[in-house]
Design a binder for this molecule. Structure first.
Ligand SMILES: *Cc1c(COP(=O)(O)O)cnc(C)c1O
Ligand code: SF4
Length: 336
C-alpha cells in the first residue's frame, strides 16, 4: 500500500503558467473527447490545414459539453470549411504586418508604435491571420528591440508603445522587464499598451512576478484583452482582471465578429455586460481579416451594421464597441 507522506500533494504548489501552457490540448480528437463529443470525429477535416490545434485546458473547461456549436469550441476546433478556397481570402490579409515585422516595429498610426514582441500564443484561434504568418518563436529578440527602441527614441511624436504579437505575454516576465528598462530614457513615451489574450485563455499568467513588473512601471498602462463571447469569462478571468487593475492598468477589450459564435445581438450584449462586470470596457468589434481558411466566419457588412444599431439601442454608450475594419494604408482602423 502506498501512503502519502505528510507533505506530498497538499503542499505542492499550483502549476505555474508555463506548465499549464505546455499542458494545452494540441490534438483535435482529444479536444472532442474533452467536451464529450468523442463520437463526432465526422466533424473534423482531413487535417489541420497547416495550423495546429492549441487550447489551454482551463479554456476547454468553460465549453459546454456535448455541444458541437459551443461558441468557445468553434473558435479553436478545425473545421472542414478551412479547406475551402474563397475569392478574396488570402494568406496575406495583413500584408504589411508580414513584411515589416522583421525588425519588430510597425509605425502606421500617429503617436503609436506597435512592437511585435512575440510570435507565440497560448491558443490558436482558427480565424486568425497568424495561421499564415510563420513567426519565429521570439520575433523581436533583445538585439532587435534595440533597433525598435532606437526608432522610438528618434521620434518624439510616439507617445504610446503597443506590445502585440502573437501574444506579448508569452514572453517571460524578465524579458518584458528587459524591454521596458529600455524605455527608461525615452521620456516622450508616456503609455504602454499590451494587446493580449492570455488573461482570458490562461489567467494564471497574471502571477506575482508579472504583477510586480507591471505595478512598478512608471508609465500609464493599458491592457487590451481579446474576448469574443461572454462564456470565455469566468471567476479565474475576473481574478486576473482584478489583479491587472490593482497594478494600475486600464482594461479594454477587442472582439472579432464571428459567424456562428457572436453574430447575434443577445450574445454581443451579454459580452459587453460581462466584460464590464469584470472591470473591462468594450473597445473594438473587428470585422474579420480576410485570411484564407477563415471565410466561414465572415459576417457581411450589412448584418454587422444592423447588429451595431441594435447594440446602440440596447446598451449604454460606453458598452458599445466601435465596429471597425483594418484597411492597409489607412491612418487608423476604419469605422464601418
Ligand atoms: C491597430 C493598430 C494600432 C492601434 O490602433 P488604435 O486605434 O489606437 O487601437 C497601432 N498600430 C498598428 C500598426 C495597428 O495595427
Ligand atoms: S494572435 Fe490573438 S487571435 Fe491570433 S491566435 Fe493569437 S490569441 Fe488568437
Amino acid at each position: 500500500m502506498i501512503t502519502a507522506s505528510p507533505h506530498s500533494r497538499l503542499s505542492s504548489p499550483a502549476p505555474g503558467w508555463r506548465q499549464l501552457w505546455r499542458d494545452a490540448i494540441t490534438d483535435a480528437r482529444e479536444l472532442l473527447q474533452a467536451v464529450g463529443l468523442d463520437d463526432r470525429t465526422d466533424l473534423l477535416p482531413r487535417d489541420d490545414a497547416g495550423f495546429a490545434v492549441r487550447v489551454p485546458r482551463g479554456f476547454v473547461a468553460r465549453m459546454r459539453r456535448h455541444d458541437p456549436t459551443d461558441p468557445l469550441l468553434l473558435q479553436v476546433l478545425p473545421q472542414r470549411a478551412e479547406h475551402d478556397r474563397v475569392e478574396g481570402f488570402t494568406t496575406d490579409a495583413v500584408g504589411d504586418m508580414a513584411s515589416k515585422a522583421g525588425h519588430g516595429l510597425l509605425h502606421k498610426y500617429d503617436g503609436r508604435a506597435l512592437l511585435i514582441a512575440s510570435g507565440s500564443c497560448a491558443v490558436n484561434c482558427r480565424y486568425c491571420f497568424r495561421r499564415h504568418f510563420p513567426y519565429g518563436e521570439e520575433i523581436a529578440a533583445a538585439s532587435q528591440w534595440r533597433d525598435a527602441l532606437a526608432h522610438v527614441k528618434a521620434d518624439p511624436s510616439i507617445r504610446e508603445l503597443i506590445l502585440s504579437g502573437g501574444d506579448p505575454l508569452a514572453l517571460a516576465t524578465h524579458k518584458l522587464d528587459e524591454l521596458t528598462r529600455g524605455l527608461a530614457d525615452l521620456p516622450h513615451v508616456i503609455r504602454l499598451r499590451i494587446h493580449t489574450r492570455l488573461p482570458v485563455v490562461l489567467p494564471e499568467r497574471i502571477d506575482e512576478a508579472f504583477m510586480a513588473w507591471l505595478g512598478a512601471l512608471p508609465l500609464q498602462k493599458v491592457v487590451v484583452l481579446h474576448t469574443n463571447h461572454a462564456n470565455e469569462l469566468d471567476a479565474s478571468v475576473d481574478a486576473a482582471c482584478a489583479r491587472l487593475r490593482d497594478a494600475g492598468a486600464t482594461l479594454l477589450n477587442q472582439s472579432v465578429l464571428l459567424r456562428g459564435i457572436n453574430d447575434d445581438a443577445g450574445a454581443l450584449v451579454d459580452l459587453s455586460e460581462r466584460l464590464f462586470a469584470a472591470g473591462v470596457l468594450p473597445y473594438y468589434l473587428h470585422q474579420l481579416d480576410r485570411v484564407q481558411g477563415a471565410a466561414h466566419f465572415e459576417v457581411d457588412d450589412a448584418r454587422a451594421l444592423a447588429l451595431a444599431d441594435t447594440l446602440r439601442a440596447r446598451l449604454p454608450g460606453y458598452l458599445v464597441p466601435r465596429l471597425v475594419r483594418e484597411v492597409g494604408g489607412d491612418a487608423s482602423k476604419r469605422p464601418l
